[in-house]
Write a protein that binds this ligand. Sequence first.
Ligand code: GDP
Length: 288
Amino acid sequence: MTIQWFPGHMTKARRQIEEKLKLIDVVIELLDARIPLSSRNPMVDEILKDKPRLVLLNKNDLADPQVTAEWVKYFAEQGLPALPIDAANGTHLKEILPRVKQLWAHKIESQLRKGINPRAVRALIVGIPNVGKSTLINQLAGKKIAATGDKPGVTKGQQWIKVGTEMDLLDTPGILWPKFEDQMVGMRLAATGAIKEELLHLDEIALFVVKYMVQHYGTGIQERYAIQELPEDMDNIHEVIKVMEAIGRKRGAIVSGGKVDLDKASLIIIRELRAGKMGRISLEKPLR
Ligand code: GDP
């Protein structure tokens, strides 16, 4: 479920995370591997301050593995360890615990030196709506516990989930809001399903997707939709529309008179992208 964020919601969400931060040792920041920066909260550093942090690039099953590798490097350069995962299918989840422990190793060592039996490391998952927080919590818990859907106003009694004997995870995630101000960020969020498409026009999102696909995944789109020739000038909107029409035609989105139904074509394009039917696609690359 997607929530609409207003300043009051943001303040409340922030306060709730700050309350949770008091209880935990390490933050797990969940991002969408296809759009890591666009799926990131604009104030995340300020909110999390200096808590040790592990970045997880989720939905990597849908992202371009080469681009994801670039993102891992990008975050490493920022001093943030990052791990690509696929929470829905449980891929690479076993690597989370050792990474979290690494971030807390200095504390464990100092406790051991003092002769204290170290307790389990306490972690919190944070991220924007729909990034996969509940899916990941459920996977790590080994059962369905996290409520699906996001309601920043709803608080339950905090409970810990044991992830083996060495990690305790808060059962409710920290919900952060995405950045909306930048139109391109909005497009990426809408294209991947992080925000309601009703907030933007479907055809605009589809235009953005097609343009990006032609520019970065041209051969794939050509083969998939049997497009003879791709346009060269993708800044010319009429050229982009021609590609949309070709896709619509291939998928049978035709109205009477043989014209392509662009609304229907837009919906098909967005659905196929989200379902991974266009291949593994990343919609954002690190700027260097
Ligand atoms: P939350 O709002 O952050 O708690 O997100 P959810 O856990 O409810 O997940 C949102 C949607 O993303 C659901 O439809 C999940 O099935 C899907 N999802 C979560 N993780 C993955 C993943 O790794 N790969 C894919 N393809 N889908 C995922």
